[in-house]
Design a protein around this ligand. Structure first.
Ligand code: HBI
Ligand code: FE
Length: 359
């Protein structure tokens, strides 16, 4: 055996936290931290708008009733909702040209071996999303269309969810290549602000990257590491996820580019993270009065796992990887360093987790 590995195995079987073993068992994790709509507290832009709250209840109910294998619910969005989407879509679009990382802006799919003479299939990502998923300034895309598209590209699928899940439930699903996505949209009063994930954040921040095979593997790796992990390790993985998938940056030559969905889906956060000199207006919007720029650290998952982070202001400290491959490699090392009594692996044929003893 490997030196040291036997030492960490308990003498008697050890109980581990519950985790889904089959993709259908994701039906058991529907309880969100906010109970569906309770996140709308006094500070929420929609708090005093009964029509918004009712609409949100309607959309959230679809997610709560959803069971694995069903068709994803389609939502007929109102003109007001579409106008909110349009405002966000247009404003972010021009910033993505400038500051989104290469992996977000473009795609590349491998060719079948018998077809080596053909040019590799690569190009810009957004036209693909427009062609296959209904992305457009005047249309909020449907989760079902996006899920079908991603499934063909990387095997990732979307699952509707009513709000924020516990870090454990949220990360566990990534092991099955399932990404939980909200379906409601932020309040129209301020299209550029949301205190919680909404469809703009999911579709304009997260979704395009899930069409990238390396990113899909990277996400699943974090998911597999979270299965049956201790609460302490789940907290570390949640922080690593936060500083990569949500607020990560990638170096491209001299530039620092947006990689995390929290950066990609917020124009203020993108300027804060990527501009040489973030404007005064930008800093005030993110409550950064003293600090002129984020402190950029090279991505070290051990450091990131211990780094504290605010959720209501811009990020004072951010991590920048040399490339997506660099991030993937370091995070794989980090995940391997977490100790569990077994190795979980995902069998995509049966959509089941297989468990092998750790020796
Ligand atoms: N739940 N629906 C949802 N979406 C998220 O992005 C999300 C979550 N729960 C926890 C969470 N993110 C963070 O703790 C991550 O760092 C894991
Ligand atoms: Fe997110």
């Amino acid at each position: 055996g490997l030196p040291g590995v036997y030492d960490v195995l308990p003498e008697t079987p050890r109980e581990v936290p519950w985790f889904p073993m089959n993709i259908r068992e994701l039906d058991l994790t529907v309880d969100t931290l906010d109970g569906g709509t309770e996140l709308i507290n006094e500070d929420h832009p929609g708090f005093n708008d009964p029509a918004y709250r009712e609409r949100r209840f309607e959309i959230v109910s679809l997610a709560k009733a959803y069971k694995h294998g069903e068709k994803l619910p389609r939502v007929r969005y109102t003109e007001q909702e579409t106008a909110t989407w349009q405002a966000v879509y247009e404003r972010l679009g021009s910033l993505h040209d400038k500051w989104a990382c290469r992996e977000y802006r473009s795609y590349s799919t491998s060719l079948p071996l018998y077809d080596l003479c053909r040019q590799p299939d690569e190009g810009e990502m957004l036209p693909q999303m427009e062609k296959y998923c209904g992305y457009a300034v005047n249309n909020i895309p449907q989760l079902g269309d996006i899920s079908d598209f991603l499934q063909q590209r990387t095997g990732f699928t979307l699952r509707p969810i009513s709000g924020l899940l516990s870090a454990r439930d949220f990360l566990n699903a990534l092991a099955f290549r399932v990404f939980y996505s909200t379906q409601y949209i932020r309040h129209h009063g301020n299209p550029f602000y949301t205190p919680e994930p909404d469809i703009c954040h999911e579709l304009l921040g997260h979704v395009p990257l899930f069409a990238n095979p390396a990113f899909a593997d990277f996400s699943q790796e974090i998911g597999l590491a979270s299965l049956a992990a201790t609460d302490e390790d789940v907290a570390k993985l949640a922080a690593v996820y936060w500083f990569t998938v949500e607020f990560g940056l990638l170096r491209e030559g001299e530039d620092v580019k947006a990689f995390g969905a929290g950066v990609l889906s917020s124009f203020g956060e993108m300027e804060w993270a990527c501009a040489d000199v973030p404007s005064q207006e930008c800093r005030e919007m993110g409550s950064m009065k003293e600090q002129l720029k984020p402190i950029l650290r090279p991505l070290d998952p051990w450091e990131a796992s211990k780094q504290e982070y605010p959720i209501t202001t811009y990020q004072p400290v951010m991590f920048c990887a040399e490339s997506l491959e660099d991030a993937e490699f370091r995070i794989a090392q980090f995940c391997d360093s977490l100790t569990r009594p077994f190795f979980p692996q995902y069998d995509p044929l049966t959509q089941t987790i297989r468990v092998t003893k750790a020796i």
